[in-house]
Design a protein around this ligand. Structure first.
Ligand code: ATP
Length: 205
């Protein structure tokens, strides 16, 4: 894969956890990008649960998580936009910023790969950037069959070739929210600053 470029990592980050941070760092290193931008979604089209923290709270946790980390930035681009957080619109905005020649990567986890068929204008998105996948425990062998109707074989092949060898981290935001509800410790699962913020804001309690 080409060196240089920009790695974009979107998510609900409800909350951000060390799984996100470890795969983002590993992906950035493998791709040779100097800048990684974490992008909390305002209204994730696929997640409308009642335990979704306010966008501003999720953004703040991401800010705390990456504070002082070289090469890592946070963007509120999806919070500033009206309507659902379609990835295509975000990538279009970055593509316009960096120009046609700079490699643009969008990072997802292995569980997201078979869901791409439901993403807004996915074929266009696949051509506009390179979607790279971090394997996730439980989703080691991604199922591409769901993508046959909406992507060409060449596009699916490109996704297949863009599976990174990142560490397998079996941590999810769902687990963390459940632990907070149950009064269990989330130390080591999220950065300390994020754990403090969750406690102070009584998030997920
Ligand atoms: P939830 O448990 O609430 O569904 P999550 O832990 O999957 O949340 P998201 O913010 O929804 O976190 O994830 C953003 C992106 O990061 C998604 O593409 C997801 O697949 C990926 N991701 C999250 N955790 C991991 C992990 N431990 N390993 C690999 N990918 C991950």
């Amino acid at each position: 894969m080409a060196r240089g470029g920009l790695l974009l990592f979107g998510g609900s980050f409800n909350p951000i956890h060390v799984g996100h941070l470890i795969i983002a760092r590993a992906a950035a290193e493998q791709l040779g990008v100097e800048r990684t931008i974490l992008i909390p979604s305002a209204a994730p089209p696929h997640k409308t649960g009642s335990d979704l923290a306010a966008p501003e709270d999720r953004l703040e946790m991401v800010r705390l998580a990456v504070a002082g980390e070289p090469g890592f930035e946070v963007s509120d681009i999806e919070l500033r936009r009206e309507g659902p957080s379609y990835t295509l619109l975000t990538v279009q905005a970055y593509r316009q910023q960096v120009g046609a020649d700079v490699p643009l990567y969008w990072l997802i986890g292995g569980d997201t790969l078979p869901e791409l068929h439901s993403w807004y204008h996915i074929a266009e998105l696949v051509d506009l950037c390179r979607i790279v996948t971090a394997v996730r425990p439980g989703f080691e062998t991604p199922d591409f069959s769901t993508l046959f109707g909406c992507l060409s074989l060449a596009q699916i092949q490109r996704l297949r070739e863009s599976i990174l060898s990142t560490p397998r981290i079996d941590i999810s935001a769902t687990q963390i929210r459940a632990r907070v509800r149950e009064g269990k410790s989330i130390r080591y699962l999220v950065p300390e600053s994020v754990a403090d913020d969750i406690a102070q804001g009584q998030l997920y309690h």
